[in-house]
Design a protein around this ligand. Structure first.
Ligand SMILES: [Zn+2]
Length: 314
């Protein structure tokens, strides 16, 4: 019911998937209502809020920029870990333009956040509730939100490849399912595309240590896959991270068909343009219904939906 931040500061280092550059990363506690805020310490502490309106590029990863053009890229896996573990407010200090890819999944960030510890703050958490269906898409790609009491995600992918044909997952997302079913799913790429990507400045840091490499007929990584449908699960993780750019957890059902960062961003912008499609509430119906007997004091706070000033901010 209440917002959360980190208890302590934690640090890690790693390389960027696309830049190949080494980056030091610190996750720090932040005050109530801060949201997730990136700070480029190599650019005088330039602040880049993790918000939809800061998204400037969605090719192969999600890149944010502030008004001065200072960027931070590949933010989605770290944001997914914050979303999955219910961290509302944190500073992310880094000394390079790309968040380290770590092992290609959100699991190392989950571990970092668990090491830092999570503490409740005094301000009430607000959820963005989907009120009516919203969809974007083109060709065979589609991304939609539907009303739902909790946060639910369905994803379907279908590549022209024997390992990635018709793979679908539906999950109710909470801290437990995120950690167990989603957080360990790694990013992936086709071996025959690596040279092309690298010639365009992408995937310079990619290796078998931080991505699933897909050959013509098999996965090339030792040990194979972590989940039988790891690819669809990773796409779900990307979506959870991208959607945390709303600045609030979602009460709704996301359905993605062959979608990615670009369509995720279009869906968020489409949603926010239609004020009748969403509202803000101060608790989740799922949490309320899980109360046994008398509703808690926090649940009683939820007298009516609120539409705060953020509706103007987008
Ligand atoms: Zn990803």
């Amino acid at each position: 019911m209440f917002q959360k931040t980190l208890k302590n500061t934690v640090r890690c280092t790693g390389i960027g998937l696309h830049s190949g550059e080494k980056c030091y990363l610190s996750l720090r506690p932040a005050p109530e209502n801060s949201g997730i805020v990136f700070r480029r310490m190599d650019c005088g502490g330039a602040v880049i809020p993790a918000r939809v309106e800061q998204v400037v590029d969605t090719r192969l990863c999600t890149t944010l920029a502030n008004a001065d053009g200072v960027t931070v890229s590949t933010v989605e896996h770290l944001l997914a870990a914050f979303a999955g573990l219910g961290v509302d407010n944190a500073y992310v200090d880094l000394d390079h333009a790309e968040v380290p890819i770590m092992d290609g999944s959100a699991a190392p960030f989950v571990f970092l956040i668990q090491c830092a510890g999570v503490v409740e703050q005094r301000a009430v958490r607000r959820y963005l509730r989907i009120r009516r269906p919203v969809s974007v898409g083109h060709g065979e790609k589609k991304a939609s939100f539907y009303p739902s009491d909790g946060f639910k995600v369905s994803f379907f992918l279908d590549f022209d490849h024997p390992l990635l044909a018709r793979q679908g997952v539906t999950l109710d997302i909470n801290e437990t399912t995120f950690i167990k079913e989603i957080s360990r799913a790694r990013t992936f790429g086709f071996l025959n595309e690596v040279e092309t990507l690298q010639s365009h400045g992408f995937a310079k840091g990619a290796s078998l240590n931080n991505a699933i490499a897909i050959g013509d007929f098999r996965v090339l990584n030792d040990g194979g896959l972590r989940y039988d449908n790891e690819f669809a699960r990773h796409k779900i993780m990307d979506s959870i991270g991208d959607f945390y750019l709303l600045g609030h957890p979602i009460l709704g059902h996301f359905q993605g068909v062959r979608s990615g960062h670009e369509l995720n961003n279009q869906l968020l912008r489409q949603l926010l343009q239609h004020a009748d499609a969403w509202d803000m509430v101060e608790s989740s119906p799922v949490q309320q219904s899980s109360q046994t007997g008398v509703r808690s004091a926090a649940a009683r706070l939820v007298a009516a939906p609120v539409r705060p000033a953020m509706a103007m901010a987008y």
